[in-house]
Design a protein around this ligand. Sequence first.
Ligand code: GLC
Length: 416
Amino acid sequence: MTLKTIRGKALMGAALCATMLAFSGQAFADAELKVFVSSQHQPDVWRKALDQYEAKTPGVKVVIETGGNTSEMQAQYLNTVMSAKDSSLDVLMLDVIRPAQFATAGWTSDFSGKDLSAYLPTYAEANTVDGKIVALPAFADSMFLYYRKDLLDKYGIQPPTTWDELKEASRKVMEGEKNPELQGLSFQGKAIEGAVCTFLLPYWSEGKSLVENGKLNFDNKAAVDSLKLWKSFVDEGISKKNISEVATDDTRKEFQAGKVLFAVNWSYAWTHFQGKESQVNDKVGVARLPAVKGGEQTTCLGGWEFGVSAYSKQQDEAKKLVEYLSSQDVSKFMAINAALLPTYAALYKDADVTKTIPWFADALPVVETAKARPVTPRYNEVSETIRTTVNGVLAGVMTPEDGAKQMESRLRRVLR
Ligand code: GLC
C-alpha cells in the first residue's frame, strides 16, 4: 500500500512564524498533528482547510497522511495501525460504517458532552455508540444517478425513475450514437465497499431490510432479484463486460472521459466532472437513483467522520482540530471546493453553495431518506460477504441464485 504525506506550503509559513515567536521570546505549544484523510476525498482541498487552521493556530502544524484508494483498503491500513497501538496518527477520517467497530475496539477518544444537535440527525446518530460520542461528522454522502444531460436532451429522454427505463434509454442512445466506447451504465462491481451499496440498492428498493435489531432479516427473492438485475446490465451489453473490475473512481474517470451515459456514484465525483480535465463540463445532470419496477427510489447513506485516536499523545490539540474540521465553516468550504455534501442542513440552501453546485439545493431530502448499511461491530465480515458475492456473480463465477444462497448462510454465521 502506498502512503503519502502531504505537507502544505503553509507548513513553512508556520515554521517561520514559530521561529519568529521563539525569537520574540513568546511561549507557544509546538505540536505536529497527523491526520489520516481518505485519498478519494480531495486531500488537497482538506490541505487548504488545514492551512487556514495553521494560520490561526500558531505553533500547531498539521500533516496529512493518506493510504489506500478505497474505503476497505483504508480501513485495513487503519486496522493495522490501531491494532499495533501506534500513536503516530492523531486524527482519523472514518467512513460512516466504521465508528461502531472503532469504538468497540477502544480506538477512538470520547467527545461526550459535545452538543450534536446542529448536525444532520443521521450523522449525530452514526457517531454515537452505546451513548458515547466517538467522532464528529466530516461530510455527508449518498449515491446519485449522474447522467449526460446533453445526450438525454438530444434523444428527448427524461431521467429514468426505474432501472427498466434506464435500460431503455441506454439502448436508444447507444444505438443512436453508434460509439462503441459509450457504455449505458457504469456502477461498482469490484469487490470493494461500494459494492455493498450496489447490492443493497435494488434490495432496499423492493422494500426489504437486511438486518433488524442486529438480527439478519434476509429476503432471498430480493437478493436474487438484485444480483440478477446487475448481471443483466452486463449480459444485455449496457454495462461493460469487465464491470467486476470497476471501482468507484473508475466509474468517475470513465464518466468524466465522456464514455458513460449513466453512472452510479457519490457526491465527490461532481467536482471532477466540472474540472479542467473533464470532457463533460456542463453536460452533467444529477438525479435520484432509479427504483425496481413497482418499488421505491432509495439510496445508500455514505459519509465520513473525524475521530481522535485513543493512542494519540496530543488529545487536547487533536480534539480542537476535529472541532474545527467538523465546523460549519469547513463544511461549507468543502462543499464548495470539493463537492462534499454538508453535514449541516442550512448549508444545502446557502447561496454560495448552491451557486457553485446548484443540485445540492435538492440533495437534502435524498441524504435524509438514504438508508444506512447495517450497524454492527462485525461490519467488516458483513461487508466482505456481500461485496465478494456481488463480484462473483458479475464475474460469472456463480449464478445469482447460488450467490444469494451463499450470502445468506455466510451472513447467518456472522450475525448469529
Ligand atoms: C463513499 C461513501 C462511503 C462509502 C464509500 C464506498 O466514500 O461516503 O460511505 O462506504 O463511498 O465506496
